[in-house]
Design a protein around this ligand. Structure first.
Ligand SMILES: *Cc1c(COP(=O)(O)O)cnc(C)c1O
Length: 395
Protein backbone atom coordinates (compact mmCIF):
# COMPACT_ATOMS: atom_id res chain seq x y z
CA UNK A 1 0.00 0.00 0.00
CA UNK A 2 1.20 3.46 -0.85
CA UNK A 3 -0.76 5.39 1.73
CA UNK A 4 0.82 8.72 0.88
CA UNK A 5 -1.41 8.75 -2.18
CA UNK A 6 -4.21 9.75 0.14
CA UNK A 7 -2.61 12.71 1.88
CA UNK A 8 -4.50 16.01 1.70
CA UNK A 9 -1.77 17.49 -0.52
CA UNK A 10 -2.35 14.69 -3.01
CA UNK A 11 -6.10 15.15 -2.91
CA UNK A 12 -6.33 18.42 -4.77
CA UNK A 13 -9.05 18.38 -7.39
CA UNK A 14 -7.99 18.45 -11.04
CA UNK A 15 -10.51 21.26 -11.60
CA UNK A 16 -9.19 23.39 -8.71
CA UNK A 17 -9.36 27.08 -9.54
CA UNK A 18 -10.76 26.52 -13.05
CA UNK A 19 -14.17 27.32 -14.54
CA UNK A 20 -15.94 23.97 -14.52
CA UNK A 21 -18.34 23.32 -17.40
CA UNK A 22 -18.87 19.64 -16.63
CA UNK A 23 -22.48 18.82 -17.58
CA UNK A 24 -23.35 17.05 -14.34
CA UNK A 25 -21.61 19.45 -11.98
CA UNK A 26 -22.96 22.98 -12.43
CA UNK A 27 -26.19 22.60 -10.42
CA UNK A 28 -24.43 20.77 -7.60
CA UNK A 29 -21.94 23.51 -6.76
CA UNK A 30 -22.53 24.41 -3.13
CA UNK A 31 -23.93 27.77 -2.13
CA UNK A 32 -22.05 29.98 0.31
CA UNK A 33 -24.53 28.94 3.00
CA UNK A 34 -23.88 25.25 2.39
CA UNK A 35 -20.13 25.80 2.58
CA UNK A 36 -20.59 27.50 5.93
CA UNK A 37 -22.11 24.39 7.54
CA UNK A 38 -19.63 21.89 6.08
CA UNK A 39 -17.30 21.43 9.03
CA UNK A 40 -19.98 21.60 11.72
CA UNK A 41 -21.85 18.65 10.19
CA UNK A 42 -19.06 16.73 8.49
CA UNK A 43 -18.84 13.81 10.93
CA UNK A 44 -20.56 10.59 9.97
CA UNK A 45 -24.17 10.30 11.26
CA UNK A 46 -23.94 13.91 12.42
CA UNK A 47 -27.69 14.59 12.11
CA UNK A 48 -28.46 11.78 14.55
CA UNK A 49 -27.64 13.70 17.76
CA UNK A 50 -31.29 14.08 18.70
CA UNK A 51 -33.14 11.17 17.15
CA UNK A 52 -36.32 9.98 18.81
CA UNK A 53 -38.27 8.00 16.28
CA UNK A 54 -35.52 6.19 14.42
CA UNK A 55 -36.11 7.96 11.13
CA UNK A 56 -34.00 10.75 9.74
CA UNK A 57 -36.95 12.37 7.91
CA UNK A 58 -38.75 12.88 11.24
CA UNK A 59 -35.95 14.82 12.92
CA UNK A 60 -36.91 18.18 14.36
CA UNK A 61 -33.29 19.15 15.13
CA UNK A 62 -31.89 19.74 12.57
CA UNK A 63 -35.26 20.56 10.94
CA UNK A 64 -35.38 17.74 8.40
CA UNK A 65 -39.11 17.17 8.92
CA UNK A 66 -39.76 20.83 8.04
CA UNK A 67 -37.48 20.57 5.04
CA UNK A 68 -39.41 17.54 3.81
CA UNK A 69 -42.66 19.52 3.85
CA UNK A 70 -41.09 22.60 2.29
CA UNK A 71 -39.56 20.56 -0.54
CA UNK A 72 -42.97 18.95 -1.16
CA UNK A 73 -44.52 22.42 -1.40
CA UNK A 74 -41.70 23.63 -3.65
CA UNK A 75 -42.38 20.79 -6.12
CA UNK A 76 -46.14 20.99 -5.60
CA UNK A 77 -46.38 17.40 -4.41
CA UNK A 78 -47.84 15.88 -1.22
CA UNK A 79 -45.02 13.99 0.45
CA UNK A 80 -41.24 13.83 0.23
CA UNK A 81 -38.46 11.53 1.33
CA UNK A 82 -34.74 11.88 0.79
CA UNK A 83 -32.90 8.99 -0.84
CA UNK A 84 -29.40 7.96 -1.84
CA UNK A 85 -29.66 9.78 -5.17
CA UNK A 86 -32.29 9.96 -7.89
CA UNK A 87 -31.48 6.36 -8.81
CA UNK A 88 -32.44 5.11 -5.36
CA UNK A 89 -35.63 7.19 -5.47
CA UNK A 90 -36.58 5.52 -8.77
CA UNK A 91 -35.81 2.10 -7.37
CA UNK A 92 -37.89 2.78 -4.26
CA UNK A 93 -40.84 3.64 -6.51
CA UNK A 94 -40.43 0.86 -9.04
CA UNK A 95 -40.02 -1.95 -6.55
CA UNK A 96 -43.41 -1.02 -5.10
CA UNK A 97 -45.06 -1.61 -8.50
CA UNK A 98 -43.27 -4.76 -9.58
CA UNK A 99 -44.75 -7.42 -7.34
CA UNK A 100 -46.35 -9.21 -10.29
CA UNK A 101 -43.73 -8.27 -12.85
CA UNK A 102 -45.24 -5.78 -15.25
CA UNK A 103 -43.94 -3.27 -17.74
CA UNK A 104 -42.53 0.20 -17.36
CA UNK A 105 -42.60 2.57 -20.33
CA UNK A 106 -39.80 5.13 -20.47
CA UNK A 107 -38.41 7.57 -23.01
CA UNK A 108 -35.41 6.47 -25.05
CA UNK A 109 -33.41 9.41 -23.65
CA UNK A 110 -33.75 8.04 -20.12
CA UNK A 111 -30.65 7.90 -17.92
CA UNK A 112 -28.98 4.53 -17.44
CA UNK A 113 -29.99 4.58 -13.78
CA UNK A 114 -33.66 4.52 -14.81
CA UNK A 115 -32.96 1.25 -16.64
CA UNK A 116 -30.96 -0.14 -13.71
CA UNK A 117 -33.72 0.72 -11.24
CA UNK A 118 -36.29 -0.98 -13.48
CA UNK A 119 -34.11 -4.04 -13.99
CA UNK A 120 -33.37 -4.34 -10.28
CA UNK A 121 -37.10 -4.15 -9.60
CA UNK A 122 -37.83 -6.91 -12.09
CA UNK A 123 -39.84 -4.73 -14.46
CA UNK A 124 -40.00 -5.30 -18.17
CA UNK A 125 -38.76 -2.16 -20.01
CA UNK A 126 -40.36 -0.71 -23.14
CA UNK A 127 -38.98 2.45 -24.72
CA UNK A 128 -40.75 5.41 -26.25
CA UNK A 129 -38.70 6.31 -29.34
CA UNK A 130 -37.40 9.82 -30.03
CA UNK A 131 -37.63 11.55 -33.38
CA UNK A 132 -33.89 10.86 -33.86
CA UNK A 133 -31.16 13.03 -35.28
CA UNK A 134 -30.81 16.00 -35.01
CA UNK A 135 -33.53 17.01 -32.53
CA UNK A 136 -34.15 13.80 -30.59
CA UNK A 137 -37.56 15.05 -29.58
CA UNK A 138 -39.84 12.91 -27.41
CA UNK A 139 -43.36 13.43 -28.76
CA UNK A 140 -46.05 13.06 -26.09
CA UNK A 141 -48.35 11.10 -28.44
CA UNK A 142 -45.62 8.45 -28.69
CA UNK A 143 -46.46 7.59 -25.09
CA UNK A 144 -50.05 6.79 -26.06
CA UNK A 145 -48.84 4.69 -29.00
CA UNK A 146 -46.41 2.82 -26.78
CA UNK A 147 -49.10 2.18 -24.14
CA UNK A 148 -51.32 0.72 -26.89
CA UNK A 149 -48.50 -1.48 -28.12
CA UNK A 150 -47.81 -2.80 -24.59
CA UNK A 151 -51.51 -3.51 -24.15
CA UNK A 152 -51.62 -5.45 -27.40
CA UNK A 153 -48.51 -7.44 -26.64
CA UNK A 154 -49.02 -8.19 -22.94
CA UNK A 155 -52.77 -7.89 -22.49
CA UNK A 156 -52.43 -5.22 -19.82
CA UNK A 157 -51.42 -1.62 -19.26
CA UNK A 158 -47.87 -0.77 -18.22
CA UNK A 159 -47.66 -0.45 -14.41
CA UNK A 160 -45.61 2.77 -14.61
CA UNK A 161 -44.52 5.40 -17.10
CA UNK A 162 -41.38 7.49 -16.76
CA UNK A 163 -40.40 10.67 -18.57
CA UNK A 164 -36.96 12.22 -18.35
CA UNK A 165 -37.91 15.86 -17.91
CA UNK A 166 -34.54 17.07 -19.16
CA UNK A 167 -32.26 14.46 -20.67
CA UNK A 168 -28.53 14.21 -20.03
CA UNK A 169 -27.59 13.90 -23.71
CA UNK A 170 -29.11 16.95 -25.40
CA UNK A 171 -30.63 18.93 -22.57
CA UNK A 172 -34.04 18.74 -24.25
CA UNK A 173 -36.92 19.88 -22.05
CA UNK A 174 -39.71 17.37 -22.62
CA UNK A 175 -43.39 18.28 -22.57
CA UNK A 176 -44.15 16.87 -19.12
CA UNK A 177 -47.64 18.39 -18.96
CA UNK A 178 -48.71 16.65 -22.16
CA UNK A 179 -47.18 13.31 -21.19
CA UNK A 180 -48.76 13.54 -17.73
CA UNK A 181 -52.14 14.11 -19.30
CA UNK A 182 -51.82 11.01 -21.45
CA UNK A 183 -50.72 8.93 -18.47
CA UNK A 184 -53.74 10.17 -16.54
CA UNK A 185 -56.06 9.17 -19.40
CA UNK A 186 -54.63 5.65 -19.35
CA UNK A 187 -54.59 5.52 -15.54
CA UNK A 188 -50.85 4.85 -15.46
CA UNK A 189 -48.85 6.38 -12.58
CA UNK A 190 -46.39 8.88 -14.01
CA UNK A 191 -42.80 9.33 -12.78
CA UNK A 192 -41.22 12.62 -13.76
CA UNK A 193 -37.47 12.26 -13.58
CA UNK A 194 -36.46 15.81 -12.78
CA UNK A 195 -32.77 15.19 -12.04
CA UNK A 196 -31.76 17.95 -14.48
CA UNK A 197 -34.70 20.26 -13.79
CA UNK A 198 -35.96 20.37 -10.19
CA UNK A 199 -33.65 22.65 -8.23
CA UNK A 200 -32.54 24.69 -11.23
CA UNK A 201 -35.79 25.40 -13.07
CA UNK A 202 -39.43 25.56 -11.95
CA UNK A 203 -41.13 22.16 -11.63
CA UNK A 204 -44.79 21.79 -10.73
CA UNK A 205 -45.63 18.15 -10.07
CA UNK A 206 -49.39 18.52 -9.86
CA UNK A 207 -49.54 20.53 -13.06
CA UNK A 208 -47.78 17.62 -14.77
CA UNK A 209 -50.18 15.14 -13.10
CA UNK A 210 -47.11 13.41 -11.73
CA UNK A 211 -47.56 10.55 -9.31
CA UNK A 212 -43.84 10.97 -8.52
CA UNK A 213 -41.18 13.59 -9.03
CA UNK A 214 -37.61 12.41 -8.64
CA UNK A 215 -34.74 14.83 -8.10
CA UNK A 216 -31.00 14.71 -7.58
CA UNK A 217 -29.61 16.87 -4.78
CA UNK A 218 -25.98 16.63 -5.85
CA UNK A 219 -26.88 17.37 -9.47
CA UNK A 220 -29.35 20.22 -9.16
CA UNK A 221 -29.90 21.35 -5.53
CA UNK A 222 -26.44 22.59 -4.58
CA UNK A 223 -25.95 19.68 -2.18
CA UNK A 224 -23.14 17.28 -1.31
CA UNK A 225 -23.50 13.74 -2.70
CA UNK A 226 -25.36 11.49 -2.32
CA UNK A 227 -28.90 12.74 -1.93
CA UNK A 228 -32.01 12.27 -4.00
CA UNK A 229 -35.48 13.71 -3.68
CA UNK A 230 -38.45 11.37 -3.84
CA UNK A 231 -41.68 13.35 -4.04
CA UNK A 232 -45.06 11.68 -4.40
CA UNK A 233 -48.78 12.20 -4.56
CA UNK A 234 -50.65 11.17 -1.44
CA UNK A 235 -52.36 8.16 -3.01
CA UNK A 236 -49.03 6.36 -3.52
CA UNK A 237 -47.63 6.84 -0.02
CA UNK A 238 -49.08 3.58 1.21
CA UNK A 239 -47.35 1.43 -1.37
CA UNK A 240 -44.04 3.25 -1.86
CA UNK A 241 -43.55 4.02 1.82
CA UNK A 242 -44.68 0.64 3.07
CA UNK A 243 -42.98 -0.43 6.27
CA UNK A 244 -41.03 -3.55 7.12
CA UNK A 245 -43.00 -6.71 7.81
CA UNK A 246 -40.14 -8.32 9.68
CA UNK A 247 -41.37 -6.53 12.78
CA UNK A 248 -43.75 -9.40 13.41
CA UNK A 249 -40.79 -11.73 13.96
CA UNK A 250 -38.21 -9.59 15.70
CA UNK A 251 -37.94 -6.64 17.99
CA UNK A 252 -35.04 -5.26 15.96
CA UNK A 253 -37.07 -3.60 13.25
CA UNK A 254 -39.41 -0.92 14.53
CA UNK A 255 -42.80 -0.52 12.84
CA UNK A 256 -41.92 2.78 11.24
CA UNK A 257 -38.94 1.61 9.21
CA UNK A 258 -39.78 2.25 5.58
CA UNK A 259 -38.67 -0.63 3.43
CA UNK A 260 -37.72 1.15 0.22
CA UNK A 261 -35.59 3.63 2.16
CA UNK A 262 -33.72 0.97 4.14
CA UNK A 263 -35.60 2.03 7.24
CA UNK A 264 -33.91 5.40 7.49
CA UNK A 265 -32.99 7.42 4.40
CA UNK A 266 -29.23 7.14 3.88
CA UNK A 267 -28.53 10.88 4.10
CA UNK A 268 -27.35 11.05 7.68
CA UNK A 269 -24.91 13.94 7.49
CA UNK A 270 -23.68 16.48 5.00
CA UNK A 271 -25.96 15.52 2.11
CA UNK A 272 -29.18 16.56 3.78
CA UNK A 273 -27.62 19.44 5.73
CA UNK A 274 -26.12 21.02 2.62
CA UNK A 275 -29.38 20.55 0.71
CA UNK A 276 -31.12 22.30 3.61
CA UNK A 277 -28.62 25.15 3.84
CA UNK A 278 -28.86 25.72 0.07
CA UNK A 279 -32.64 25.39 -0.08
CA UNK A 280 -33.53 29.10 0.37
CA UNK A 281 -31.12 29.97 -2.44
CA UNK A 282 -32.53 27.15 -4.59
CA UNK A 283 -36.09 28.40 -4.09
CA UNK A 284 -34.89 31.80 -5.25
CA UNK A 285 -32.71 30.65 -8.13
CA UNK A 286 -35.39 28.74 -10.02
CA UNK A 287 -37.16 32.10 -10.47
CA UNK A 288 -34.22 33.24 -12.57
CA UNK A 289 -34.22 30.31 -14.96
CA UNK A 290 -35.00 32.61 -17.91
CA UNK A 291 -31.71 34.34 -17.38
CA UNK A 292 -29.89 31.00 -17.42
CA UNK A 293 -31.54 30.15 -20.74
CA UNK A 294 -30.54 33.55 -22.12
CA UNK A 295 -26.88 32.88 -21.22
CA UNK A 296 -27.08 29.39 -22.65
CA UNK A 297 -28.49 30.64 -25.97
CA UNK A 298 -25.73 33.23 -26.13
CA UNK A 299 -23.17 30.49 -25.55
CA UNK A 300 -24.62 28.34 -28.34
CA UNK A 301 -24.82 31.29 -30.76
CA UNK A 302 -21.17 32.15 -30.15
CA UNK A 303 -19.99 28.53 -30.39
CA UNK A 304 -21.74 28.19 -33.74
CA UNK A 305 -19.58 31.03 -35.05
CA UNK A 306 -16.80 28.45 -35.16
CA UNK A 307 -17.45 27.09 -38.64
CA UNK A 308 -18.85 23.55 -38.65
CA UNK A 309 -20.08 23.53 -35.04
CA UNK A 310 -23.75 22.97 -34.43
CA UNK A 311 -25.92 22.46 -31.38
CA UNK A 312 -27.97 19.28 -31.59
CA UNK A 313 -31.21 18.56 -29.75
CA UNK A 314 -34.16 20.92 -29.81
CA UNK A 315 -33.48 24.45 -31.05
CA UNK A 316 -33.35 27.07 -29.75
CA UNK A 317 -32.06 25.46 -26.61
CA UNK A 318 -34.27 25.65 -23.52
CA UNK A 319 -31.70 24.40 -21.04
CA UNK A 320 -28.16 25.14 -19.88
CA UNK A 321 -26.91 21.69 -20.83
CA UNK A 322 -26.11 21.58 -24.53
CA UNK A 323 -24.63 19.07 -26.93
CA UNK A 324 -22.60 20.52 -29.77
CA UNK A 325 -21.37 18.63 -32.78
CA UNK A 326 -17.76 19.55 -33.41
CA UNK A 327 -16.55 17.73 -36.56
CA UNK A 328 -13.84 20.36 -37.25
CA UNK A 329 -12.27 19.61 -33.84
CA UNK A 330 -12.30 15.93 -34.78
CA UNK A 331 -10.44 16.73 -38.00
CA UNK A 332 -7.82 18.61 -35.99
CA UNK A 333 -7.44 15.69 -33.56
CA UNK A 334 -6.43 13.33 -36.39
CA UNK A 335 -3.10 15.08 -36.91
CA UNK A 336 -2.62 16.77 -33.54
CA UNK A 337 0.18 15.33 -31.42
CA UNK A 338 -2.13 15.13 -28.41
CA UNK A 339 -4.73 13.32 -30.54
CA UNK A 340 -8.27 13.42 -29.15
CA UNK A 341 -7.03 14.96 -25.93
CA UNK A 342 -5.93 18.23 -27.49
CA UNK A 343 -9.22 20.03 -26.89
CA UNK A 344 -9.49 19.00 -23.25
CA UNK A 345 -5.85 19.98 -22.62
CA UNK A 346 -6.02 23.26 -24.49
CA UNK A 347 -9.15 24.25 -22.57
CA UNK A 348 -7.48 23.41 -19.28
CA UNK A 349 -4.55 25.60 -20.20
CA UNK A 350 -7.03 28.41 -20.72
CA UNK A 351 -8.66 27.90 -17.33
CA UNK A 352 -11.65 25.78 -18.32
CA UNK A 353 -12.26 22.27 -16.92
CA UNK A 354 -15.00 19.73 -17.31
CA UNK A 355 -14.85 18.65 -20.92
CA UNK A 356 -14.79 14.89 -21.30
CA UNK A 357 -11.15 13.99 -22.05
CA UNK A 358 -10.65 12.41 -25.48
CA UNK A 359 -13.90 13.61 -27.03
CA UNK A 360 -13.76 15.81 -30.11
CA UNK A 361 -16.62 14.72 -32.40
CA UNK A 362 -19.18 16.28 -30.14
CA UNK A 363 -19.06 17.90 -26.74
CA UNK A 364 -21.45 18.59 -23.89
CA UNK A 365 -21.26 21.79 -21.90
CA UNK A 366 -23.37 23.10 -19.03
CA UNK A 367 -23.30 26.86 -18.47
CA UNK A 368 -25.65 26.85 -15.47
CA UNK A 369 -24.72 29.46 -12.88
CA UNK A 370 -21.78 30.92 -14.81
CA UNK A 371 -21.56 34.69 -14.69
CA UNK A 372 -21.67 36.56 -17.99
CA UNK A 373 -17.91 37.10 -17.69
CA UNK A 374 -17.26 33.41 -17.12
CA UNK A 375 -19.50 32.46 -20.06
CA UNK A 376 -17.53 34.87 -22.22
CA UNK A 377 -14.24 33.42 -21.00
CA UNK A 378 -15.38 29.92 -22.00
CA UNK A 379 -16.55 31.13 -25.42
CA UNK A 380 -13.25 32.91 -26.04
CA UNK A 381 -11.29 29.83 -24.97
CA UNK A 382 -13.07 27.70 -27.60
CA UNK A 383 -12.66 30.36 -30.28
CA UNK A 384 -8.94 30.81 -29.55
CA UNK A 385 -8.37 27.06 -29.72
CA UNK A 386 -10.25 26.93 -33.03
CA UNK A 387 -8.10 29.72 -34.50
CA UNK A 388 -4.85 28.27 -33.14
CA UNK A 389 -5.67 25.10 -35.03
CA UNK A 390 -6.49 26.77 -38.31
CA UNK A 391 -10.28 26.68 -38.05
CA UNK A 392 -12.45 29.49 -39.29
CA UNK A 393 -14.31 31.68 -36.79
CA UNK A 394 -17.00 33.96 -38.17
CA UNK A 395 -16.66 36.81 -35.66
C1 LIG B 1 -27.96 12.37 -13.25
C2 LIG B 1 -29.22 11.68 -13.52
C3 LIG B 1 -29.63 10.61 -12.71
C4 LIG B 1 -28.80 10.07 -11.58
O1 LIG B 1 -28.92 10.87 -10.44
P1 LIG B 1 -28.32 10.39 -9.05
O2 LIG B 1 -28.87 11.36 -8.07
O3 LIG B 1 -26.82 10.48 -9.16
O4 LIG B 1 -28.77 9.00 -8.81
C5 LIG B 1 -30.84 10.02 -12.98
N1 LIG B 1 -31.60 10.44 -13.97
C6 LIG B 1 -31.26 11.47 -14.77
C7 LIG B 1 -32.17 11.90 -15.85
C8 LIG B 1 -30.05 12.10 -14.57
O5 LIG B 1 -29.71 13.12 -15.38
Amino acid sequence: MKLDRYTPENLRRPSHGLINIHPIQRGGILTREAREVLLEWADGYSVCDVCVKGRVDLLKTPPIENLKHDVAEFLNMDEVRFSAGARHAMFAIMRAFSENGGTIVLDSLAHYTSYIAAELSGLNIVEVPSTGYPEYDILPESYAQTFERVREETGSNPVLALLTHVDYRYGNVADAVAVGKICEEYGIPFILNAAYSAGVMPVDGKRCKAAFVVGSGHKSWAATAPIGVLAMAEEFMGSVLSTSKIKDMTEKVSPQKELGLFGCSPVYGLPVITLMASFPAVVERVKHWDDEVRKSRYFVKEMEKIMGLRQIGRRPTEHTLNAIETPPFYEVSKTHKKKGYFLYKALKNKGVAGLQPGLTKSIKVNTYGLTDEETEKVVQAFKEIARENGLEVDD
